[in-house]
Design a protein. Structure first.
Length: 81
């Protein structure tokens, strides 16, 4: 999905929000999410990305916020396995 419709965007954002509510978010530190992104405080980053995604639902310019949340989700899943 490319999340170009508000419905798809909202469904994915709701899924991610549910994941982050129950996930064990690592403490602040240097979290290398991928080769280009290191986040110091995952809780703050998640909060910021969610606000940005909610305020710009369906706007392709802000699609990166969903991609960022998905990348953080994958990072957390890897850390917990």
């Amino acid at each position: 999905m490319n999340y170009s419709s508000k419905t798809e965007w909202e469904q994915e954002l709701n899924r991610l929000k549910a994941f982050f509510k129950t996930a064990n978010i690592p403490a602040p530190g240097n979290h290398a999410i991928d080769a280009a992104l290191t986040i110091g405080d995952l809780k703050k980053a998640i909060h910021t990305y969610i606000i940005r995604a909610e305020e710009n639902m369906g706007n392709p310019i802000f699609q990166g916020t969903l991609v960022g949340l998905q990348a953080i989700e994958q990072y957390i899943l890897k850390q917990s396995s």
